[in-house]
Design a protein around this ligand. Sequence first.
Ligand SMILES: Cc1cc2nc3c(=O)[nH]c(=O)nc-3n(C[C@H](O)[C@H](O)[C@H](O)COP(=O)(O)OP(=O)(O)OC[C@H]3O[C@@H](n4cnc5c(N)ncnc54)[C@H](O)[C@@H]3O)c2cc1C
Length: 374
Amino acid sequence: MEKVNIAIIGAGIVGLAVASYLSKKNNNVLLIERHESFGRETSSRNSEVIHASIYYPQNFLKGRLCLKGNEMMYDICQINNIPHSNTGKLIVAVNEDEEAMLPELLELAKNNCAKEVRIVSGDEIKKLEPNVHATAAVYCPSSGVVDSHSLMKYFETAAKESGVDFAYGVEVKSIDKNKDGYIVGVRDADGRDYEFSTRVLINSAGLESGNIAQLAGIDIDEAGYRINYHKGIYFRIMHGFERFPRMLIYPVPPESGSVGIHTCPDLAGGMRIGPHFFWSDEIDYTVDETHLDLFFQTAKQYLPFLKIEDLQPDMAGIMSAIQKPGEDMKDFVIRHEVDKGLPGLINLIGIESPGLTSAPAIGEMVEGMVRELV
Ligand SMILES: Cc1cc2nc3c(=O)[nH]c(=O)nc-3n(C[C@H](O)[C@H](O)[C@H](O)COP(=O)(O)OP(=O)(O)OC[C@H]3O[C@@H](n4cnc5c(N)ncnc54)[C@H](O)[C@@H]3O)c2cc1C
């Protein structure tokens, strides 16, 4: 049976970042991905925003890793020519009631140590973004946008160059603990089954991370690891390119756990708005046109030039949430499961937003956890 030191499950942005950081100090690392290439799931279906770390309860890993990831991201992108833009972001109030909510948002952002955040007036907004309507806003200069595909390609290449083996088209089907680590059963694209053994097993399987933890023998309901699908849909603005704001424009958050339908400028000059989130029982990426009016009414409040005929359904992505519908936001789970009798198993579960921004910091953190194990 083939033996590896470290196996990573999942080639989304998180698994790739983990592979890249681990590869600097470890040999014999294998990454297993069920699709034919990286980033075929959530990591290619998101807003591509480099978050500033604003919305998280104090002491959440989400806030800490987002802040660190934000800094690391700009460095990685600059050094390696990864397309990105430090656009800045405005969280806009469009009336007095919303203006009254800005000081609390500013406080939250400051508690999360978001850099240089401040409240700006309607007049300042006119100068910054003349086509945006707002009476005041929280301004976050460190927000931006990254080309997530190029970022994933960078981590994949870095990991490969440092010796990580990639097994694409291979799905993990079983996990059994033995005295040295884990026996992992996999099935390849031709339906052949194999087993290999690994000392350390890292579960970064996104929407499947709860099921992988269950394969390893964890009671996922007791542990709070069952994944709930939180589906976010986007519409694209097809016309009016000359009026598109350069900065990210977010509304005051409408509900717990959502940052609201915001602008998502892509680096090619296009513009999506979204996501609008709802709970789903299945992995289904269709975008239902019946949401058109909600998108139009929401975005028109801060983009007054928008016409309903400018909007077309675009795409959807699904967050791997560990909170249930109606529950408060939960933190990332990044955990060595030694106390569950599973030494060498590191679970990454509930890596919803800001998972893209946090990925480099998660990679560094997991590398530190593995250093204590091998
Ligand atoms: C609508 C939306 C908007 C978002 N916007 C942002 C944003 O603007 N900024 C931000 O920072 N974050 C954002 N996020 C969050 C971010 O996209 C995720 O946190 C991140 O992509 C998670 O990456 P991942 O690698 O954990 O998961 P994934 O990308 O889902 O990767 C997991 C991989 O594991 C593989 N896998 C699963 N099971 C198995 C198995 N049994 N065997 C082998 N392989 C397996 C899958 O095929 C997949 O490739 C958003 C998310 C959504 C849904």
